[in-house]
Design a protein around this ligand. Structure first.
Ligand code: KIV
Ligand code: ZN
Length: 525
């Protein structure tokens, strides 16, 4: 039995970046990217990974199945509604996992039951209980969520919770689906449920908070203080609308304020920063500089008085050590005299294990960078490695980029790309160098796409900094694909980012043609 009581001091971390996080508008990850992230989440030591919603699309099913087969340690969770076809599909996706968990949900608030489900409360109770029983027929870990719980009528919610526990639910997750709750109120809701539901001791109470009022983390912490022992959260707070509770903020609040919270998590905090960067690079969603814990400025001190204090004693203005979340502060800076051995040591220190072919490629890029940049920092190395590790089916490969611009002449670009060993070239004139380059690439690839977002940021300070470009594109389907490129030359980085995004789009189209989606799920949680 998995039951945990308020006195147990471990709070389980349930990561839903791959499911609720991926529901952020414009955030799509391909199957390989999802696997890469799931492997990193296992290194972070989360207790459960919600890998997707298998009924929602063939792509989701494939990703969940791949993760279930290849990721060990955390429970691998598949989300489903209460319909038996949904449950069976979720089970088929996760059954290869050593620790499968089915997560089934149905809404319990008056507005959802009446307007969305068009079901009576009695029908909802029946559907919930039958779903849990069916899921328990498949696996030992079954989680149930009464969607929109925070706007549900308390006695009805308590009845549903009691009945699903009696039916075999091992985890009961109370969602604040629309981010409506206020911490004190939400904490009380959890405390009262645990107190009033007679069999509450037989299940782990979990919470799942959305951030519409900016209170998702505060609500989650209030719930923990009232007995919740699992929190559902996402890296960088990704998620529907304003997002979900951010994993790194919850974990570090518990860690830093152990004196008050009195609980712990199993998270290996040194993996937090790396995971955050990985999510940002895969999704193309940059982390705002002042974001708590993982923002670029989270550990920076600007004001002279602060700097003075920190130099005397870090504790004057720092409540956490950057090292605790894995921001490397080692002084070993690599340069043009560093050999393969030192480079590999640095990669290991940064948490990368590359096979020989990948190491050779990364080392040659590192050497090129050293020819142009005196000191190569950890951030530079992480940036080029993430570039190399991004798995994309390369329908087109960029071979060369030439641009002429400036003064009164119109910007002109000339591009060469390789397609199935054929060298294709194109020239174009644009309003600026990047427009000209993008026109060439579009014409070669023959795609009708829109650039929906484009950003350039420097990886480090200094005039010789690497430029990291994220390009987000969409086609007529409205689906968004992002690509990234990191180069000293930002026009080249821009070209690489665009080609990567187009390759992802073409790969996705191939998948759609090869296996049509079974059916789109109508309502996502
Ligand atoms: O926000 C929500 O209610 C959900 C459920 C499916 C848990 O995502
Ligand atoms: Zn949600």
């Amino acid at each position: 039995m998995n039951a945990k009581s308020k006195t147990d001091d471990t709070v389980y971390i349930f990561d839903t970046t791959l499911r609720d996080g991926e529901q952020s508008p414009g955030c799509t990850m391909n199957v390989q990217e999802k696997l890469k992230l799931a492997l990193q989440l296992a290194k972070l030591n989360v207790d459960a990974i919600e890998a997707g919603f298998p009924m929602s699309s063939q792509g989701d099913f494939d990703a969940v199945e791949l993760i279930a087969r290849n990721v060990y340690g955390p429970a691998i969770v598949g989300l489903c509604r209460t319909g038996f076809a949904d449950i069976d599909r979720a089970w088929n996706a996760i059954k290869a996992s050593e620790r499968p968990r089915i997560h089934t949900f149905i809404a319990t608030s008056p507005v959802h039951m009446k307007k969305k489900l068009e079901m009576t409360p009695r029908q909802v109770v029946k559907a919930a209980v039958e779903a849990v029983k069916r899921a328990r027929g498949y696996c030992d870990e079954v989680e149930f969520s009464p969607e929109d719980a925070s706007r549900s009528e308390f006695d009805f919610l308590a009845e549903v919770v009691e009945k699903v526990i009696a039916a075999g639910a091992t985890h009961v997750n109370i969602p604040d689906t629309v981010g409506y709750a206020i911490p004190e109120e939400f904490g009380k809701l959890i405390g009262n449920l645990i107190k009033k539901v007679p069999n509450s001791g037989r299940a782990v109470f979990s919470v799942h908070c959305h951030n519409d009022l900016g209170l998702a983390v505060a609500n989650s912490l209030a719930a923990i203080r009232n007995g919740a022992r699992q929190v559902e959260c996402t890296i960088n707070g990704l998620g529907e609308r304003a997002g979900n509770a951010s994993l790194e903020e919850i974990v570090m609040a518990i860690y830093t304020r152990h004196d008050l919270m009195g609980v712990k998590t199993n998270i290996i905090t040194q993996e937090i920063y790396r995971t955050s960067r990985m999510v940002s690079k895969i999704t193309g969603f940059t982390v705002q500089p002042n974001k708590a814990i993982v923002g670029r400025n989270a550990f920076a001190h600007e004001a002279g008085i602060h700097q003075h204090g920190v130099l005397r004693d870090k504790r004057t203005y720092e409540i956490m050590d950057a090292e605790t979340i894995g921001i490397a502060t080692s002084s070993l800076v690599l340069g043009k005299h560093s050999g393969r051995h030192a480079f590999n040591d640095k990669l290991i220190e940064l948490g990368y294990e590359l096979d020989t072919a990948m190491l050779n490629k990364a080392f040659s890029r590192f050497k090129n960078l050293c020819d142009q940049k005196k000191e190569v920092t950890d951030d530079d190395i992480q940036s080029i490695i993430e570039d190399e590790l991004t798995v994309v089916d390369e329908t087109y490969r960029l071979q060369s980029v030439h641009v002429m611009c400036g003064g009164t002449a119109k910007a002109t670009a000339m591009i060469e790309m390789l397609h199935q060993s054929e060298l294709l070239e194109q020239a174009a004139i644009g309003v600026g160098p990047i427009d000209a380059v993008y026109q060439c690439i579009r014409q070669i690839a023959g795609v009708d796409i829109k650039l929906v977002d484009f950003s350039v940021k420097s990886v480090t300070g200094g005039m010789d900094a690497l430029g990291e470009v994220t390009a987000r594109i969409s086609d007529e389907s409205g689906k968004i694909f992002s690509g990234r490129g990191a180069e000293l030359d930002i026009v080249l980085a821009s070209a690489k980012a665009y080609v990567m995004a187009i390759n992802k789009l073409l790969h996705w189209r191939k998948g759609i043609e090869a296996k049509p989606a079974r059916r789109k799920a109508a309502a996502k949680g």
